[in-house]
Design a protein around this ligand. Structure first.
Ligand code: TRP
Length: 465
């Protein structure tokens, strides 16, 4: 039996977990969801979702992981022994590992685009493409996405870097990478916020984001907010559970979860401030908000002073954020192979990394490179055409909420409350009454909120993202 890894410091754990949480979900999805759902009120509802669903479920995951000190499958196996449902709960852990495999396979395709944009910036070509009206749109949509060789190449490159980080273990790889990349990420984001403050769109952006207009709030926005909270906080597949399993006994779980949630939310909100400042400076009607990050934003930035530099920096920021997230997904899959199959870390990261990279080629080539893959549609909806979109829909709309719901139910109803309390109160925290409140939320509020999402997808046919 090899010695199990552990974080070297509390800061290392916080930055690695915040690194997992902060990713494409914050920089790409959150701004376009906020835009689609008319800003202010959506942002408020999102904060509510983080508090009522995100916070408690993250606590539940980390409690499980640190109690069991295993990967998701092993944790369920250990903690469910002798409780109702028994070993059947390991299926939930297994679902998490499979979900990690699937999400990483297509997430890394989008992450790979950031490498391409950095290369374009360094060659000075991004500025040129962005300054000619419509050119970047055409380049991105019709040339780049359809170029199977480039899509596959950048995806494989991103996977290689991810494997490289996880290969060196919890402390020597993941923590070390996070300790460098996360502060750099915060610095770049801060620089971009200061830059945004000098633009004329800054004030309208703040008004859009922070002046709620509830008249414009639709029920679908609430579902979108809950779904986004899951994705953005890396919940529902045992990612935080796995990171929690490397946490030291003496560190406080509630305090850490609070910090991770705050960092993640702050980055999402600041990313919105930057993007909307730029968009409002040009008084632009964003029609294709889903690709705003890769098509609209560069064309606007380039027209501002120092725009080329800001553009390049922006994609470095996105690449860093994505890397600390892909690393966390690979760690879930690897830790399963290490704990349950008895593989060495090297063997686990290389084998799983290669398997995910190869499977991900299907997504990379489904964006236009191989027409047969673009026609695959697992759910028959217009928005799920192609392997890439089908997998995203499956994972984000189904697998994560189902996983999160089951984790909340397991910890809320089946884990011994004394064990939960014991985990939560190490590190000198005394919870007092707030433990009862947390338990209530975990037993009733979070499951009902997530259940409502699933219900609405099934019966109202609504996609929540
Ligand atoms: N939270 C990351 C983001 O916002 C993505 C991510 C990493 C994730 N690990 C996860 C999403 C686990 C769901 C589950 O981009």
């Amino acid at each position: 039996m090899q010695e199990r890894g552990q974080w070297g410091s509390r800061l290392g754990f916080i930055l690695a977990s915040a690194g997992s949480a902060v990713g494409l979900g914050n920089l790409w999805k959150f701004p376009y969801l906020a835009h689609q759902n008319h800003g202010g009120a959506f942002v408020l509802v999102y904060l509510g979702a983080v508090l009522l669903v995100g916070f408690p479920i993250m606590v539940a995951e980390i409690v499980m992981g640190r109690r069991a000190r295993r990967n998701p499958v092993g944790s369920f196996a250990l903690l469910a022994t002798g409780r109702p449902g028994g070993k059947a709960w390991t299926a939930v852990g297994f679902l998490g590992v499979v979900t990690g495999f699937i999400i990483l396979s297509y997430y890394s395709v989008v992450a790979g685009w950031t490498f391409h944009y950095i290369v374009l910036s360094l060659r000075g070509e991004l500025g040129a493409l962005a300054s000619e009206p419509g050119a970047l749109q055409v380049y991105f949509g019709q040339i780049f996405l359809g170029d199977g060789v480039q899509q596959a190449g950048y995806h494989l490159a991103f996977m290689a870097v991810t494997v490289g980080a996880v290969y060196f273990g919890v402390k020597g790889g993941i923590e070390r990478v996070s300790l460098v990349l996360m502060p750099a990420l915060f610095a770049i984001l801060l620089a971009l916020v200061i830059y945004a403050m000098t633009t004329s769109g800054f004030r309208p952006a703040l008004a859009f984001l922070f002046r709620p207009s509830f008249a414009e709030l639709q029920p679908s926005a609430i579902l979108a907010a809950v779904g986004q909270a899951f994705f953005s906080l890396s919940l529902g597949m045992g990612c935080m559970l796995t990171y929690g399993s490397y946490m030291k006994r003496e560190d406080s779980i509630p305090r850490s979860v609070l910090e991770i949630c705050c960092l993640d939310t702050l980055v999402g909100v600041l990313a919105c401030v930057v993007m909307f400042s730029i968009v409002f400076t040009f008084d632009l009607k964003v029609t294709q908000s889903a690709t705003i990050l890769f098509t609209t934003l560069p064309t606007l930035l380039v027209q501002l002073p120092l725009g080329d530099l800001a553009n390049g920096l922006f994609f470095v920021l996105v690449a860093f954020a994505a890397l600390t997230s892909t690393v966390s997904m690979l760690e879930v899959v690897s830790s399963y192979a290490i704990d349950e199959l008895g593989w060495s870390r090297r063997r686990a990261t290389l084998t799983m990394g290669v398997a995910i990279a190869v499977f991900g080629l299907l997504s990379a080539l489904s964006l236009g490179g191989v027409p047969a893959l673009s026609r695959v549609n697992l759910f028959g909806r217009s928005s799920t055409a192609g392997v890439f979109s089908s997998l995203d829909y499956l994972a984000a709309n189904w697998l994560l909420p189902v996983g999160g719901l089951l984790i909340a139910l397991f910890v809320g109803w089946f884990l011994d409350p004394r064990d939960t309390r014991d985990e939560l109160e190490t590190g000198r925290a005394r919870l007092g009454r707030s433990f009862g409140l947390l338990r209530f939320v975990l037993r009733f509020v979070s499951p009902l909120a997530v259940g409502a999402i699933l219900f609405s997808i099934i019966f109202l046919g609504r996609e929540y993202q």
